[in-house]
Design a protein around this ligand. Structure first.
Ligand code: ZN
Length: 237
């Protein structure tokens, strides 16, 4: 359960779909697992619930099939040893994972590469245009990534524009609820409404903001993640 201060209206950070400027340095250091899928829950936390390639949050729809991407593909014989290497794994939506498939450049020195947040400064290669909903390439590698992963697929572009509108509307509704509550608090201080009335208004306000915050978090990808389990059925993970 959230505390009232957690529900306060926060001004837009506008990070939805934006590519990070700095190269990502991994913060988690899970132990070695036998199955690469076990790393998924770590990757979800590491990459903040967002597909590293198209920046879609995993909470934006209930049926999204997010998984583990092998940056250096597991099907390439010389990368076989990296199948369960955490540094080679990324959090990735089903669409990007399928499209990326087992791509690796023929020439390691030249590329073109698919840009990824631990290997590249993403914003130097790809930029999200919030007016058009499109992802614009800023380098050869960015153009290659955009093309191969079909980042400007028509359905994706309209989803992004819709998501921005939803986030914007939710923020506006939250802001309006906040100012209404402030007015009611002022009335209460002036003795124009009773303590029973203000208590009811506070409860209602709290519930409404709770719902709005949950929706906003889902669309922005900032819903809280479950803690990473340390064991399953008594067996250490
Ligand atoms: Zn994706």
């Amino acid at each position: 359960m959230l505390a009232p201060q957690d529900l306060e209206y926060r001004p837009s950070s506008m990070t939805l779909f934006q590519y990070p400027k700095d190269r990502h340095r991994r913060t988690l250091n899970p132990r070695q697992f036998k199955r690469y899928r076990t790393y998924k829950r770590y990757l979800q936390v590491e990459f903040k619930r967002v597909c590293v390639y198209c920046r879609q949050p995993d909470s934006s729809a209930p049926n999204l099939n997010f998984g583990v991407d092998h940056y250096r593909p597991k099907s390439v014989p010389r990368f076989k040893s990296l199948v369960c290497e955490y540094q080679n794994l990324y959090y990735c939506c089903g669409g990007c994972n399928t499209r990326k498939n087992d791509y690796w450049p023929i020439d390691d020195a030249k590329g073109p590469f698919i840009v990824a947040p631990c290997e590249h400064e993403m914003a130097a290669h790809l930029r999200f245009n919030s007016k058009s909903g499109r992802i614009e390439a800023r380098s050869i590698h960015g153009a290659h990534t955009e093309d191969l992963l079909q980042l400007n697929d028509e359905a994706l572009v309209s989803y992004r524009l819709g998501a921005l509108k939803i986030v914007d509307s939710l923020r506006r509704v939250m802001s309006e609820a906040e100012s209404l509550m402030k007015k009611l608090e002022a009335k209460y201080r002036l003795g124009e409404i009773t303590s029973k009335e203000i208590d009811e208004a506070r409860d209602e306000h709290f519930e409404e903001l709770n719902q709005l915050r949950t929706l906003l978090d889902a669309h922005e990808g900032s819903s809280p993640t479950k803690p990473i389990p340390k064991s399953r059925l008594g067996v250490a993970l």
